[in-house]
Design a protein around this ligand. Structure first.
Ligand code: SAH
Ligand code: SF4
Ligand code: F3S
Length: 480
């Protein structure tokens, strides 16, 4: 691992560099904490605030792992923390606004405790305008580091703590894949497992290919090892993570091994439940569908973002499929894996989207019979191609479109739940319900939230539940 970078120099991000896709081979390197860093955190505490997607949640677990290896203990309150890291998301403007608010709020804490080390990490740190603003206006932020150099956290904390210097180090291009990273997992029986990093799709609205770099797959050996260890530790479910898991393995130069192969192999490792997110429709292949059909542990739920139902809009989004080809893949999937539950992501108000385009999206929702969706109004991301597209739809119209779409999506949630009425489903019990501590809550194989009465010993177990009522957002049942 190259640890010789002069960290006193600021490394600012650069979107033009981040856009480039180098041919350089990615190496696999092992993380090692140097002796000097082992005791830095003894008698000190940390907290991490996580925003954004599961990728960020997994990264925060790594940051926690590194900090605990350095001796820091997790703090329940930020007032007592010696180190606070904000792991940020840049996907939409409102995600960023929340974080600016949070940074402003933490200024007071820094004033009360000047020794506090405040760090900004994650996707926002990869944006040059963000780093410039932090450098000028948020002097109380001590560390800024991006998504490619989390493994260097020990050096950064050391510099901030002992040299009292600001550390701003963001790499615009991905480096190697670092293995053997420690993790403190947030959940006792469900775990995130990264299978790949980065994204090469370059959907025109999206910042992720710039903030996460080029697609790099972890070796199957490392993934299988991680999942096997999780089985030994009593984990029941893994969610395989990547921005486009269907492109897994496409970057391997010497072996032919794709996502379908990985699913098949992981099915034999002994983990009860395998889920994955997220998929891109144009990379979804038959081998993956067949692995889902044949696997005993691969859950019958597929999150397949469609984004729009209009062909001209899909083209402008650079999605590489049409409404018809999406439905063809979807129908093939439904045929091969009968009863599978399908959810999606949809953007309304993309530049140039007119009423007719929007109706195509509504029609798409009807035809695909989605059982859930994350829906968004287009948000302009500086540096992406869509930021320059002419956008003359008033915000009010976009909000109306979102409202109409959500009504339809909610019908889909209800229909998706109703099909389990009077059936017995298997539920991995997460814990007690948020609303009633006499009630247990967990997810079925099809990823439906189920509430039922039971005892706390069932937490962490897979329990059979007979469904008695279907609501829009959850199912009610009785343990059998
Ligand atoms: N790699 C995943 C997830 C990406 S982010 C995928 O391709 O599905 C999750 C969702 O955020 C996207 O699917 C998209 O619907 C939405 N999104 C991304 N960029 C956006 C933007 N600029 N404005 C609004 N929504 C956006
Ligand atoms: Fe963004 Fe598209 Fe990549 Fe998903 S596939 S992360 S939407 S560029
Ligand atoms: Fe946000 Fe970065 Fe994930 S922009 S959605 S945290 S990849």
């Amino acid at each position: 691992m190259n640890n010789n970078v002069d960290i006193e120099k600021y490394f600012k991000p650069d979107l033009n560099k981040a856009r480039k896709r180098s041919k350089q081979t990615i190496e696999e390197l092992q993380f090692n904490l140097s002796d000097a860093h082992h005791k830095i955190g003894v008698d000190k505490t940390y907290s991490i605030h996580t925003y954004g997607c599961q990728g960020n949640e997994a990264d925060s677990e790594t940051m926690a792992g590194i900090l605990e290896l350095m001796g820091f203990a997790n703090s329940s309150t930020e007032e007592n923390s010696d180190v606070i890291i904000i792991n940020t998301c840049a996907i939409r403007e409102n995600a960023e606004n929340r974080i600016w608010g949070e940074l402003g709020r933490l200024k007071k804490l820094k004033r009360q405790n000047p020794n506090l080390i405040l760090g900004l990490a994650g996707c926002m740190a990869q944006e040059v305008n963000v780093v410039d603003r932090v450098m000028k206006k948020y002097q109380h932020v001590d560390l800024v580091f991006g998504t490619h150099n989390i493994y260097k956290l020990p050096e950064y904390v050391e510099t901030a703590m002992f040299s009292k210097e600001r550390v701003i180090e963001v790499y615009s291009q991905e480096g190697d894949i670092i293995e053997n990273l420690p993790k403190v997992r947030n959940h006792r029986f469900k775990a995130w497992v990264n299978i790949m990093f980065g994204c090469d799709e370059f959907c025109t609205y999206c910042i992720v290919p710039y903030t996460r770099g080029k697609e790099r797959s972890r070796s199957k050996e490392e993934i299988i090892k991680e999942v096997s260890e999780l089985v030994d530790q009593g984990y029941k479910e893994v969610t395989l993570l990547g921005q486009n898991v269907n492109a897994y393995g496409k970057d391997f130069k010497d072996v032919e091994y794709t996502f379908g192969d990985l699913l098949k192999d992981l099915d034999k490792v002994g983990i009860e439940r395998i889920r994955f997110t997220t998929s891109h429709p144009h990379d979804l292949d038959r081998k993956t569908m067949e692995a889902m059909r044949d696997g005993k542990h691969i859950m019958p739920h597929f999150h397949l973002p469609v984004q729009s139902g209009s062909n001209p809009v899909l083209k402008k989004m650079n999605r590489h499929y049409t409404k018809e080809s999406y439905l063809k893949v979807l129908n093939e999937l439904k045929e091969i894996v009968p009863g599978i539950s399908i959810t999606t992501d949809i953007i309304v108000g993309f530049p140039t989207e007119n009423e007719e385009d929007f109706f195509e999206t509504l029609d798409m929702v009807d035809q695909a019979n989605f059982e859930g969706a994350f829906t968004f109004i287009f948000s302009k991301r500086e540096g992406t191609p869509a930021a320059k597209f002419e956008d003359d739809t008033p915000e009010e119209i976009k909000k109306q479109r979102l409202y109409l779409l959500n009504e339809k999506i909610n019908d889909g949630y209800l229909r998706g739940n109703q099909r389990f009425l009077n059936q017995t489903v298997k539920v991995l019990v997460d814990g007690v319900s948020k609303h009633d501590d006499q009630v247990l809550a967990g997810y079925s194989e099809h990823n439906k939230l189920v509430n039922f009465r039971g005892n706390r010993d069932m937490i962490g177990q897979i329990v059979e539940v007979k469904i008695t009522q279907a609501k829009t957002w959850f199912l009610l049942g009785e343990a059998v």
